[in-house]
Design a protein around this ligand. Structure first.
Ligand code: FE
Ligand code: FE
Ligand code: ZN
Length: 261
C-alpha cells in the first residue's frame, strides 16, 4: 500500500481496516505493519487513515449488528496499535428508528468500551450527509457524541467535503461561515483530517455520491479555497473520488497546483 502511494506521489493514504462491506479481517495484515511504518517515516508521510467497514453500526437496533460493531471496534483498535499514530475513521452509525438521542448514546458507549488507556490511535467521527437515520449529518450530533467520550484526547472529527455539502453546509459560497460554525459547535482543534471529494449532487441533497475533483457541484474554485484555508491547509487530505490509480495521481497533482505556498 505504501509503495503504491509513493508511485502516485501521495504522502499519505486511507485504507480499510477490514473488508468494507463485510467483516472479515484480511484487509490489514499486521505483519506488514513494520515495513509500512518504516516507509511512512522515511518518506515523512502524514498520518495514515484506517477506515472502519461500512457495515459497522454501533447504534444498530439488532443485537447481531451491534455485536459485530463492538467486536470490530475492539479488534480494529487493538490491531492498529501496530501502526502507532494512525487515525481511525468511522461513520457514527444509523439509529434505525430508535431516535438520534439513543443513537448518540449507543455510539458513545461502544466507543468507550473499545477505547483503552494508553492507546496510540485517534478515533475520528466522519461528518455524514444525514440520509435516513444516519447520525452525524449535523455538527451538533457529532458534538453530542464527543461530549460522552471518556478519552477526549483520543477522539476527533474527519470532515468529508462531499458529505458536509450534501448535508447542507455551503462550503462553496460560505466556507468561512461553515468553518466558523464548526469551530463554535465542535472546535477546530478536534478536526484531524479531511476527505476531499466533489459531489454529484446539489447542496443539501443528502445523497452522498462522490464525484471527481472539479467535476461536481463543489467545483475547482471552491477546492482552491478549501486546500488553502488556514483552518484546513495543514491537515492531511484523503481522496475518495471515483478513480483508478492514474486518476488519483492526476488529482493529487491538480490539488498541489491549487496550493499557494
Ligand atoms: Fe467514509
Ligand atoms: Fe468520506
Ligand atoms: Zn461518502
Amino acid at each position: 500500500m505504501g509503495e503504491e502511494a509513493l508511485s502516485i506521489d501521495a504522502n499519505t493514504f486511507q485504507f480499510f481496516s477490514r473488508n468494507p462491506r463485510g467483516g472479515s479481517v484480511r484487509a490489514f495484515d499486521p505483519e506488514d505493519a513494520d515495513a509500512l511504518l518504516a516507509l511512512t517515516r522515511a518518506h515523512r508521510f502524514a498520518p495514515l487513515l484506517a477506515h472502519a467497514p461500512y457495515t459497522l453500526n454501533p447504534c444498530a437496533a439488532a443485537e447481531r449488528t451491534l455485536d459485530f460493531a463492538h467486536r470490530a471496534l475492539c479488534e480494529d483498535l487493538q490491531r492498529l496499535e501496530a501502526l502507532p499514530g494512525v487515525l481511525y475513521n468511522l461513520h457514527p452509525g444509523s439509529h434505525v428508528g430508535q431516535g438520534a438521542i439513543m443513537g448518540v448514546e449507543k455510539i458513545a458507549d461502544s466507543l468507550n468500551q473499545a477505547m483503552f488507556d494508553g492507546m496510540h490511535t485517534t478515533v475520528l467521527l466522519e461528518t455524514m450527509v444525514g440520509k435516513g437515520s444516519e447520525i452525524g449529518g449535523t455538527f451538533e450530533e457529532l458534538r453530542a457524541i464527543l461530549d460522552r467520550i471518556e478519552r477526549p484526547d483520543r477522539i476527533g472529527v474527519c470532515l468529508d467535503t462531499c458529505h458536509v455539502h450534501d448535508a447542507g453546509y455551503d462550503i462553496v459560497h460560505d466556507l468561512d461561515g461553515v468553518l466558523t460554525r464548526f469551530d463554535r459547535i465542535i472546535g477546530l482543534d478536534r478536526l484531524h483530517a479531511v476527505h476531499i471529494n466533489d459531489s454529484k449532487n446539489p447542496l443539501g441533497s443528502r445523497k452522498d455520491r462522490h464525484e471527481k475533483i472539479g467535476q461536481g457541484h463543489i467545483g475547482l474554485e471552491a477546492f482552491a479555497r478549501i486546500v488553502n484555508h488556514p483552518a484546513l491547509r495543514d491537515l492531511p487530505f484523503y481522496l475518495e473520488t471515483p478513480n483508478d490509480l492514474n486518476g488519483y495521481r492526476d488529482e493529487i497533482r491538480l490539488l498541489r497546483e491549487l496550493c499557494q505556498s
